[in-house]
Design a protein around this ligand. Structure first.
Ligand SMILES: [Zn+2]
Length: 118
């Protein structure tokens, strides 16, 4: 029984269901998604973006970084741990920027939360 709840695809002219967003024949989009459906999605996406920025930065253990910095800092171990390979190599060849970089990093690490994000 045809209830009349149909429309015609604006791309191919196929008779499709009134609520159809994608034409069942040609597969093209015939309706914009309703605002009432889209807006919550945007909010969710924004929340995901906030979370995403948290996920893009890596969670690191403060204690591990402090220990690495203290014992192996002149080899750049804590920089490698934080994923900063370039700085790690630099530290490795300069004895942690002649100890100054390691000292600054150690003090900086002390004031960081646990875990911290890089
Ligand atoms: Zn179509």
């Amino acid at each position: 029984v045809d209830t009349g709840a149909t429309k015609f695809c604006k791309h191919c002219g196929e008779k499709i269901h009134i609520d159809a967003v994608i034409c069942s024949k040609c597969g093209l989009q015939v309706e914009e998604l309703k605002g009432s459906q889209t807006q919550p999605t945007i909010i969710v996406n924004n929340q995901n973006n906030v979370n995403g920025s948290g996920q893009s930065s890596t969670q690191k253990s403060k204690i591990t970084a402090l220990l690495l910095c203290f014992f192996l800092g002149v080899l750049g171990a804590h920089k490698f741990y934080e994923g900063k390979i370039g700085l790690g190599v630099l530290y490795f060849f300069t004895w942690g920027l002649f100890g100054i970089g390691v000292l600054i990093d150690f003090i900086t690490l002390i004031f960081k939360p646990d875990p911290y994000y890089v």
